[in-house]
Design a protein around this ligand. Sequence first.
Ligand SMILES: [Zn+2]
Ligand SMILES: [Zn+2]
Length: 100
Amino acid sequence: MTIWRKRSPTPNKDDPQRQNNTYIELKKEITPLRGQGELPTKVTGSFGRHYCDLCSSTFPVEELRQCSLCGRWVCDNCLTKDYYICNSCNGILKLYMIKK
Ligand SMILES: [Zn+2]
Ligand SMILES: [Zn+2]
């Protein structure tokens, strides 16, 4: 007996190609706030601390991740780990996928 794989509610897992295309299209649409490799904003007077570009909390630079779409530096809470993009871009990505 063949057990059919249930359709996943998230289309990405079943169709990496589609996810990839969406990512590329999204990348064209989002104007990067920073270039890749550009450093996050330093906190004045606080050595080694940098701002999360979304929640404006401060973190050591090792704890911030750069969003691969908009270039924002975000903390763990503001990062969508599935795609390594910030929550702001993830919101746009979700809208984008609904539209399709
Ligand atoms: Zn944050
Ligand atoms: Zn982003």
